[in-house]
Write a protein that binds this ligand. Structure first.
Ligand SMILES: *Cc1c(COP(=O)(O)O)cnc(C)c1O
Length: 495
C-alpha cells in the first residue's frame, strides 16, 4: 500500500489580505501609542495576574488566528512597557528608540539576511554604517562590528587587545603559557561589563587593577602610572588600559589624551568605553572634553543608548583591522569562500567577532541616519546635555535638594535633603522617594551610591524629554520628599 502523504505545510499566511490588514492595525496602534505616550504613566508594575498567567501557560499544541494573538498581546504585554519611550524615563542608560527605527527593524527581519559575510546588500549597508561611525567618531578607516551592545563591544575590544599584546602564543597555548601574570588597568568607576569581560577572558578579575578617581570621577593618572610601575617591578605584564568616555555613575570622562600618552609609553592597548559618552564627540562644544578618544586602539559605544536605535545595537571600532581579524578569524571547511557563489567573500563579519549568524542591525541605523541626518543627532545630544545642566541648576537652587555629583555630561545625581537626618535615614528616605516616583509613574530615574550616600540618578538619553518634564520631576521630588518627612515612621521602618 502507498504511504499516505499529508498536504505539505509552511508558515506563510493563508490569507494575505488579512495579513496586510493586521500589519496596518499594528502600525495604527503603534502610532496611537507614540502620539499619546506623554499622557500615560512612565511605568506601572506588571499586573501580578498577568505574570502568573504567563508563567503558567503551556506551549499551545495548535494555534490561533494571528488577529487573536495580537489582541492578546495588545491587552496584556503591550500594556506594561519598560517606559523608556516616555519623556520622563531617565533610569540607567537606556535610549528611547524611534518610530523610524522600529519600521526599519521590521524591514530587517522581513529581509532576514544572515549578516555573517554571506553576500547580500546587508553586508554593504553594515560596511557603510561602520565607515560612517569611523568618520564620525574620529577613527576613519577603522575596522568595526555592530554588536548586541556595549558589554559585547567591551568584551571583543579587550579580546582583541589581549591577542595583540600578549606576546606569546595565546591562540594556541592559552593563558597558561603566559610567562608573567597579565594585568590591565581601569578606574574604579568603570562599568561592570569590563570586569565581566576580564573574567570571561580567563584573566581573573584581580588582574584588573582598579585605579582611584578624583572628586570629579576621573582616573588618577599619577596613581595609575605608579600602579603600572609597581606591577612591572613585581614581575607582571601590563597589557591594556581602559579609558572611560562617560562613566556609568556620573558621566565622568577620564583624561583620555594623557591615558593615550601613557598607553603609548608603556606599550599598552588603549581601549575606550564610550558606551553613551562617546556620542558627545558628535557635538563641537563637547568634543574637547573627549580629546584623546580618537587615539584609542579600540572604542566601544552603543547606538542603542544615545543614538536611540531600537535595542539592540552596540558598536566596536578597532584601529588596526589586521589585529582585529587576528583575534577572531577561525577557518573552517564549510565556511570557505568560493568565488561566484553567495559565499564568495567568506565570513567578513564573523571574522571580527564571536557571532556567526548575525541579524541586520545596521538597517535601523542606516535608515534613521539617512532620514534625520546626523545633524539632528548632534542636536539631540547637545539638547540632553543642556537639559541636564538645567536640572542641575534647579537642584542647586532648591534648598531642600542636594546635587550629589558634578554634571560633566547628561547625568544628574541628587537627593532630597531632609532637615537633620542622619546619613542612614537620608538613604532610607531617598530610597522610599525613588519607589514612590516609580510607583506613581511620574518619572523613572534610577539610583546609585556615591561617596555622599544614596542618590537618585537621572541619565537623560531621551529625545522626547522637554524642559517642562524636568520641572515636573523636580516638583514631584519636592512634594514626595516633604510627604515622606511628614510620614517619617513609614520609611524609617522599611529602610
Ligand atoms: C551601558 C554601558 C555599558 C554596557 O553596555 P550594554 O549595551 O548595556 O551591554 C558599558 N559601559 C558603560 C559606560 C555603559 O553605560
Amino acid at each position: 500500500m502507498e504511504p499516505e502523504h499529508d498536504a505539505e505545510i509552511g508558515l506563510d499566511p493563508t490569507d494575505w489580505d488579512a495579513f496586510e490588514a493586521l500589519g496596518q492595525r499594528m502600525v495604527h496602534d503603534l502610532r496611537a501609542q507614540w502620539e499619546t505616550v506623554r499622557e500615560r504613566p512612565v511605568w506601572q508594575p506588571v499586573d501580578p495576574a498577568l505574570r502568573a498567567a504567563l508563567a503558567a501557560a503551556p506551549v499551545p499544541e495548535s494555534g490561533a488566528p494571528a488577529d487573536a494573538v495580537y489582541d492578546e498581546f495588545a491587552r496584556t504585554v503591550a500594556r506594561y512597557p519598560l517606559g523608556n519611550t516616555h519623556p520622563r524615563f531617565w533610569g540607567w542608560v537606556v535610549g528611547s528608540g524611534s518610530p523610524g527605527g522600529a519600521l526599519a527593524d521590521l524591514l530587517a527581519s522581513a529581509m532576514n539576511p544572515n549578516v555573517s559575510g554571506l553576500r547580500s546588500a546587508a553586508i554593504d549597508v553594515e560596511e557603510q554604517v561602520l565607515r560612517w561611525f569611523g568618520d564620525l567618531f574620529g577613527m576613519p578607516g577603522a575596522s568595526g562590528l555592530l554588536t548586541s551592545g556595549g558589554s559585547m563591544a567591551n568584551l571583543l575590544g579587550l579580546a582583541t587587545g589581549l591577542e595583540a599584546r600578549a606576546g606569546f602564543d595565546l591562540a594556541g597555548e592559552g593563558l597558561r603559557a603566559a610567562p608573567r601574570p597579565l594585568t590591565l588597568y581601569a578606574s574604579r568607576d568603570t562599568h561592570s561589563s569590563v570586569d565581566k569581560a576580564v573574567r570571561l577572558l580567563g584573566l581573573g578579575t584581580r588582574a584588573l587593577r582598579k585605579i582611584a578617581t578624583d572628586a570629579a570621577g576621573r582616573i588618577d593618572v599619577a596613581a595609575l602610572a605608579e600602579t603600572i610601575r609597581a606591577d612591572r617591578a613585581a614581575g607582571c605584564q601590563p597589557f591594556l588600559l581602559v579609558g572611560n568616555a562617560g562613566t556609568v555613575g556620573i558621566g565622568a570622562v577620564d583624561p583620555l589624551d594623557r591615558l593615550a600618552d601613557l598607553a603609548a609609553e608603556e606599550g599598552l592597548w588603549f581601549h575606550v568605553d564610550g558606551a553613551f559618552g562617546a556620542c558627545a564627540w558628535l557635538v563641537d562644544a563637547l568634543r574637547p572634553a573627549l580629546a584623546g578618544m580618537e587615539r584609542a586602539d579600540s572604542l566601544a559605544f552603543d547606538p542603542h543608548k544615545w543614538l536611540h536605535a531600537p535595542m539592540e545595537a552596540g558598536c566596536l571600532l578597532v584601529r588596526d583591522g589586521a589585529l582585529h581579524r587576528r583575534a577572531f578569524t577561525m577557518p573552517a571547511p564549510y565556511l570557505r569562500p568560493i568565488a561566484g557563489t553567495v559565499g564568495e567573500d567568506g565570513q567578513r563579519f564573523a571574522d571580527v567577532g564571536m557571532q556567526l549568524t548575525r541579524g541586520f542591525r545596521a538597517l535601523k541605523l542606516w535608515f534613521e541616519l539617512k532620514h534625520h541626518g546626523v545633524g539632528v543627532y548632534r542636536k539631540l545630544v547637545a539638547q540632553n546635555v543642556a537639559q541636564a545642566r538645567l536640572l542641575a541648576e534647579r537642584v542647586r537652587a532648591e534648598p531642600e535638594l542636594e546635587l550629589m555629583a558634578p554634571v560633566p555630561l547628561n547625568i544628574v545625581c541628587l537627593r532630597y535633603r531632609g532637615d537633620g537626618l542622619a546619613a542612614a535615614e537620608s538613604d532610607a528616605l531617598n530610597l522610599a522617594l525613588l519607589q514612590r516616583l516609580h510607583q506613581s509613574g511620574v518619572a523613572v530615574p534610577s539610583a546609585t551610591t556615591l561617596a555622599g550616600g544614596f542618590a537618585l540618578r537621572a541619565c537623560i538619553t531621551n529625545h522626547r524629554t522637554r524642559r517642562a518634564d524636568l520641572d515636573h520631576f523636580v516638583e514631584a521630588v519636592l512634594a514626595q520628599g516633604r510627604a515622606l518627612v511628614r510620614e517619617r515612621a513609614q520609611w524609617v521602618a522599611v529602610g
